[in-house]
Design a protein around this ligand. Structure first.
Ligand SMILES: [Zn+2]
Length: 61
């Protein structure tokens, strides 16, 4: 199964729906990847509005 990124929250996942927000809207054509370890103290997480740990796409279309 190929990885995809959630259009709604940018979470990268495999499967048929997003484990974070349960959205089915996903893109396989995402750009870049960040791994957030400490969302509360991460500038990247703040910029991308990420509040949980995990793998996220930098850009989804
Ligand atoms: Zn999501």
């Amino acid at each position: 199964m190929s990885k995809k990124a959630c259009k709604n929250c940018k979470k990268i996942y495999e499967g048929d729906k997003c484990p974070e927000c349960a959205s089915h809207e996903s893109v396989v054509d995402f750009k870049g990847k960040v791994i957030i370890f400490d969302p509360e103290n991460s500038e990247v997480a703040k910029n991308l509005k990420i509040t949980k740990k995990g793998d996220y796409a930098i850009k989804v279309r």
